[in-house]
Design a protein around this ligand. Structure first.
Ligand code: SAH
Length: 385
């Protein structure tokens, strides 16, 4: 055997307590961890040489033993509406996507938690690709770090005298103010890596985002929602998509394991533990499948009296799908039925569909490793402890 290669520690994946332990191990005081976080997350530094208020010796040790490594960019696409989609490299054969959606009052980054997805929702492009692996904490946090840097770089380029690109539209938000875990993957199936990533997003010395501006979206892994309630307090969104179990079993197969009544109980528990004021229920609008007024009324009965918001998502199409999006009038009628029954309901504006960056269109490059399927029934989902 050749001499062993010592691996660099990627600081991007380390929440504050772990980073404190790490700098202590290098012989420095714990407060150095806060300084480091400040450089990495607030100032976007990727090189220890730039961190001028750290002792020279510590900088040298870090340079030898550690790194700040985000996923590599394979390509970037820009939509006519300003939405950007980046294809990022997970490893030689795998890639995943993240999307930035600028709005006048905020900039939302939609990040991935897995390469592919094992949950097999029937209307989702990611599901068609199957599942390859969980993203690491560094790869999850690294998306936010990378997007912030790229947006800053674009801004500098625009301001630079050299080659000005298109001028910013008035109020066009250029920076990441909100993060949603609504990209590829099921975040609660990657609990062990996602929770520390959330810690870093919320940490005052990390990205310092308010808990209301970080949203985790789940297809409904009930036991993990209970665990999440104990470990974090970000906003929760749940992909409901149907008002009854028979239909939800078909659209979101994990419902066979965790039916609607149990899922809703877990949601109310999440709020009871002081984690926000309401749960957002996502509902994709599928023509002739889940979009009738009677189904809207059934949905209202299910949620009425609870702290719930409904977000209606026009279905985004992709090659090979058997679904079509509901008509504009059906979507509006559905919303009105909900509003009339006292529920808060909004229609999500589709962004970035010209570059396949809209909800459910993220595909990346996934080599499927899921072999535990039996017909169309999902019999095993790799859910990590
Ligand atoms: N696995 C998580 C997060 C990823 S999907 C979840 O299921 O919530 C983010 C949202 O996009 C989910 O509500 C998902 O159901 C929705 N979605 C998936 N495919 C879609 C499509 N083709 N059109 C519109 N929304 C879709």
């Amino acid at each position: 055997m050749s001499a062993s290669v010592t691996e660099c520690t990627n600081l991007l994946g380390l929440p504050r307590p772990a980073l404190e332990a790490y700098v202590a191990q290098l012989g420095s005081k714990p407060f150095r961890a806060r300084q480091l976080m400040n450089w990495i997350y607030k100032r976007g530094a990727g090189s220890f040489a730039d961190m001028t208020d750290l002792a020279k010796e510590l900088r040298a040790r870090l340079t030898a033993a550690a790194e700040v490594r985000a996923p590599q960019i394979v390509s970037v696409q820009r939509s006519a509406d300003g939405t950007r989609k980046w294809l990022l490299k997970a490893d030689a054969a795998q890639a995943f996507e993240m999307v930035f959606i600028p709005e006048p009052d905020r900039g939302t980054l939609c990040i991935s938690s897995q390469v592919g997805c094992a949950l097999d929702c029937s209307f989702c492009a990611t599901a068609q690709q199957g599942f390859n692996r969980n993203l690491s904490t560094a790869e999850i946090v690294g998306q936010v770090w990378l997007a912030a840097r790229e947006l800053e770089r674009e801004e500098q380029q625009r301001l630079g005298a050299g080659a000005p690109t298109a001028p910013a539209a008035p109020g066009d938000e250029r920076h990441v103010t909100n993060v949603v875990l609504m990209g590829m993957g099921e975040p609660l199936a990657n609990f062990r890596n996602v929770v520390p990533a959330l810690d870093i997003l919320l940490d005052d010395f990390g990205f310092d985002l308010s808990r209301r501006r970080v949203t985790l979206s789940t297809s409904g892994l009930v036991p993990q929602i209970y665990r999440l309630a104990e470990e974090t307090n970000v906003a929760l969104a749940v992909s409901l998509h149907a008002p009854d179990d028979a239909l939800r079993n078909e659209l979101v197969p994990i419902n066979r394991k965790h039916p609607i009544a149990q899922l809703l109980q877990a949601c109310w528990h999440y709020l009871d533990e002081g984690n926000g004021r309401s749960v957002t229920f996502e509902y994709v609008m599928l023509d002739g499948v889940n979009d009738s007024p009677a189904q809207a009324r059934a949905l209202a009965r299910l949620l009425k009296g609870h702290p719930a918001k409904v977000n209606l998502i026009p279905f985004n199409t992709f090659p090979g799908t058997r679904y079509r999006c509901s008509s504009v009038s059906a979507i509006q009628r559905f919303r009105d039925e909900l509003l009339q029954r006292g529920l808060l309901a909004t229609i999500r504006r589709t962004r970035g569909d010209d570059i396949d960056a809209a909800c459910g269109q993220l595909a990346g490059r996934v080599i499927d490793r899921t072999t535990v399927r039996l017909g169309n029934k999902l019999i095993g989902v790799a859910v990590q402890p």
